[in-house]
Design a protein around this ligand. Structure first.
Ligand SMILES: C[S@@+](CC[C@H](N)C(=O)[O-])C[C@H]1O[C@@H](n2cnc3c(N)ncnc32)[C@H](O)[C@@H]1O
Length: 207
C-alpha cells in the first residue's frame, strides 16, 4: 500500500534522513553486522536514503532497491544518480512478488515497508525465497501499537487488520526459516523494532 501525501511529507525530509543515517543504520549494524561486498536487496526504499547508507555506511557492493510507488522510485533515483548501474539499481517492484530468482541476494534490508502490506506474512515468504541460505535480513519495523493509535490512524493510510507486535514479527520470521534469536530490540516501548535474522534452510517457507 502506497503512502498518502501526509506520510510522504513525514518520510521525505532531512529529519527522517538524519534519523535513518545516524540512528537506524548504526543500530542495524550493531544487531546484524556490516554488509561488506554483498549483493543486497532493499525493499520499500522510499526516498533512497537507506539505499545510499547500505552502500556508504554498511559497505554493500551492490544494492537493488524496489518500491511500489513510482514517485518514490524517481526520488531515490535522483538521490543516487551519481552511482553506476553496477552498484545501484532502483526500480518499481512489489515486495510480495519480487522480480528475482530464488536465492538471488546475500542480504535483504527493510526500513519500515512491511507494515504497509496487508499480507505481511507473504512479504516474508518472498524475502526468504530471494535470500541465499546464510543470507541476512536486516529490518526496522513499525508495530500495531503505533499504527493503531488514533493520530496515526487518522492521518496516514495503512492496512489495519492483521498487524503485528515485535514478538509476532520475529516469530513469523523464524517460522519461515529466518532465525533472529536475541538479535532484535524494541524501541519507544514497543512501537518500533529493529533486528537481524539469518536464513538457515534451503527449503522455501510455506505461507
Ligand atoms: C514508511 S515508507 C518507508 C520508506 C523508506 N524505507 C524509509 O524508511 O524512509 C514505506 C515505503 O514502502 C513502500 N511500499 C509499500 N508497500 C510496498 C510493496 N508492496 N512493495 C514495495 N514497496 C512498498 C511505500 O511506497 C513506501 O515508499
Amino acid at each position: 500500500m502506497k503512502m498518502n501525501n501526509l506520510e510522504k511529507m513525514a518520510m521525505n525530509n532531512p529529519f527522517r534522513a538524519a534519523i535513518q543515517r545516524h540512528v537506524e543504520i548504526p543500530l542495524l549494524e550493531k544487531l546484524g553486522g556490516r554488509l561488506d561486498g554483498l549483493n543486497v536487496l532493499e525493499v520499500g526504499c522510499g526516498q533512497g536514503v537507506g539505499t545510499q547508507a547500505i552502500i556508504e555506511k554498511l559497505g554493500a557492493a551492490k544494492v537493488t532497491a524496489i518500491d511500489l510507488d513510482e514517485d518514490m522510485v524517481q526520488r531515490a533515483r535522483k538521490r543516487l544518480e551519481n552511482y553506476s548501474h553496477d552498484r545501484v539499481d532502483i526500480k518499481v517492484g512489489d515486495i510480495t512478488h519480487i522480480d528475482a530468482p530464488d536465492e538471488a541476494y546475500d542480504a535483504v534490508v527493510n526500513f519500515a515497508a512491511i507494515h504497509h502490506i496487508p499480507d505481511w506474512q507473504a512479504a516474508i515468504t518472498e524475502i526468504t525465497r530471494v535470500l541465499k541460505p546464510g543470507g541476512r535480513f536486516l529490518f526496522q519495523e513499525v508495530t500495531a501499537r503505533w499504527i493503531l493509535r488514533w493520530p496515526y490512524r487518522s492521518l496516514f493510510v495503512h492496512p489495519m487488520e492483521n498487524r503485528f507486535s515485535g514478538a509476532e514479527f520475529v516469530a513469523e520470521l523464524e517460522r519461515q526459516h529466518i532465525i533472529v534469536g536475541g538479535h532484535w530490540v524494541e524501541k519507544a516501548k514497543g512501537d518500533f523494532i529493529f533486528g537481524s535474522g539469518t536464513k538457515t534452510a534451503t527449503q522455501h517457507a510455506t505461507a
